[in-house]
Design a protein. Structure first.
Length: 170
């Protein structure tokens, strides 16, 4: 697996990953996570992905030259409380269905942690859907994150998770 910087040329592949993820979530009875509409059919979602691709924070995991996952890091999302300390925020973590369960998400999160430490950040945060059976929150806990604030956006339940990072002397 190779992780490279992403950019505007990757927006279409990332939209395809989101569309496939929506189909998988709907089929698994988890439509409340991202809805039932493909991201590529919602202009605001298309614009959001284009913004992620242009942000400088997109990373693409590739396996045999094919996109296997996407990470976007940057500032915290506007709907979560500010951290009050230097942080890097995982804005997107997405794995292509063909590579689910093969460590792509974990590798991308390791990359985010490395970038945060290299940037002198003391905190890595992420948020996720906290509904359903809580499986997504547990996934992030298994990756070393600790649950922090609960929040809602409309009727969408979310959870912020955080990971404390070593300081320069650690």
């Amino acid at each position: 697996m190779r992780i490279r910087n992403g950019g505007p040329d990757d927006a279409a592949a990332v939209l395809e990953m989101f569309d496939a993820a929506v189909r998988r979530l709907v089929a698994a009875g988890r439509a409340a996570q991202w809805g039932t509409e493909p991201f590529s059919a919602v202009p605001a979602r298309v614009a959001q992905v284009a913004g992620f691709a242009a942000s400088g924070g997109m990373r693409i995991a590739e396996v045999a030259g094919r996109p296997a996952g996407c990470l976007v890091v940057g500032d915290a999302m506007p709907y979560v409380p500010p951290a009050g300390e230097p942080e890097l925020y995982v804005r997107v973590l997405l794995t292509s269905g063909a590579y689910t369960g093969r460590g792509v998400g974990a590798a991308l999160l390791r990359r985010a942690r490395q970038e945060a430490v290299a940037g002198g950040k003391s905190l890595l945060r992420v948020d996720c859907w906290a509904g359903g059976d809580g499986r997504l929150v547990r996934y992030y806990q298994e990756q070393g994150f600790t649950p922090a604030q609960a929040f809602t956006v409309g009727d969408w339940p979310g959870r912020v998770l955080e990971m404390r990072l070593p300081g320069p002397a650690d």
